[in-house]
Design a protein around this ligand. Structure first.
Ligand SMILES: [Zn+2]
Length: 338
């Protein structure tokens, strides 16, 4: 893969005991060392206008001033340092680069993956939260639409948490489809099945809140039975993956049970959906807090694009997960006209 990476993202200092630490990126880089066809691209930071397309100026100004004055606790668990504003611009720039590179035709072994931090999917228009300040995937999606490079963008968020920020930003827009699989009841407790968008965005938000303990079998069923048909109807030019790895069975902060191979199967699944819908495909890093599980899972995504075919022993779909899938299907996503 082509990995977007900037040293600047290491400078976002969240303190000694924060799970969202620069060690996450260091662990990924270490795990990628020596692997076949790994390439790094130091993309430029995003232009502030691109950030202001999805965030309110007042909030962006307040965040910049907060950082320039030395940073601190933005909220109880969202921490900034003096360098965080510039790191956030770099992180959003990597996401934008990934979207642009995919639309330019980089695919297969050259599929782009933005390795930025701070992560983005909890950031709403006028507020940072949940370790996130700028919504990187949203900046990237809106940028390629505003540049006239894409008419429609889909964002599939497999982070274990619901991407409330991405959902909010695009909730009333018909040109961005947001789909999330997440652990029910986990932070920030949004992402119910009934949240499907309003106005022009009616039917372009899909939430699949699985119960704790769900394995990759249910995630794969959601891909083939829900996301695939919905995106076939929506017909996106670009599919962005908000790729968090905190649904891993050994991640310290969730109770989901995705194996490392499972992330390979999810990668294979989204690649098939992108192929079937003739959409460009790019990945943007979100969460993932076990350094070993995060780095091995990103490595697995890479290996799938390098030709590896993953397998699983966990193909079963629990009764509870099956019920959620059936309920989501009843929302009628495959009836969209593109
Ligand atoms: Zn997460």
């Amino acid at each position: 893969m082509k990995f977007g990476y900037r040293e600047r993202c290491l400078e976002h200092d969240t303190g000694p005991r924060h799970p969202e630490s620069p060690d996450r990126l260091r662990a990924i880089k270490r795990a990628m060392a020596g692997r076949h066809s790994v390439e790094y691209v130091a993309a430029d930071p995003v232009e502030i206008e691109r950030v202001l397309a999805v965030h309110d100026a007042e909030y962006v100004d307040a965040f910049e001033i907060f950082c320039r004055r030395g940073g601190g606790n933005w909220d109880a668990d969202t921490v900034a340092s003096e360098e965080s504003f510039d790191a956030a611009l770099a992180s959003a720039g990597l996401a934008e680069w990934a979207a642009l590179a995919a639309l330019e035709g980089h695919e297969g072994r050259e599929t782009p993956f933005a390795l930025g931090r701070p992560p983005g999917h909890h950031a709403v228009r006028d507020e940072g939260m949940g370790f996130c300040f700028f919504n990187n995937a949203a900046v990237a999606a809106q940028s390629v639409i505003d540049r006239g490079l894409a008419d429609r963008v889909a964002i599939f968020d497999w982070d274990v948490h619901h991407g409330n920020g991405t959902q909010d930003i695009f909730y009333e827009q018909g040109d961005v489809f947001y789909a999330s699989i997440h652990e029910e009841g986990l932070y920030p407790a949004t992402g119910h099945v009934e949240e499907t968008g309003t106005g022009d965005g009616e039917g372009t938000t899909m939430n699949v809140p699985f119960p704790p303990g769900t394995t990759e079998g249910a995630f794969l069923a959601a891909l083939s039975e829900l996301l695939g048909p919905a995106l076939a109807a929506f017909d996106p030019d670009l599919l962005l993956i908000s790729a968090g790895f905190d649904a891993h069975e050994h991640d310290p902060i969730s109770r989901m049970r995705i194996s490392t191979e499972g992330y390979g199967l999810l990668t294979h699944g989204v690649r098939e959906i992108a192929d079937d819908t003739d959409a460009a495909l790019a990945f943007v890093l979100e969460g993932g807090y076990g350094l070993d599980t995060l780095s091995s899972s990103v490595g697995m995504v890479h290996e799938v694009f390098d030709g590896y075919r993953p397998v699983t022993d966990h193909e079963e779909v629990s009764v509870d997960a099956r019920e959620i899938i059936d309920t989501v299907r009843q929302q009628g996503f495959d009836g969209l006209s593109g």
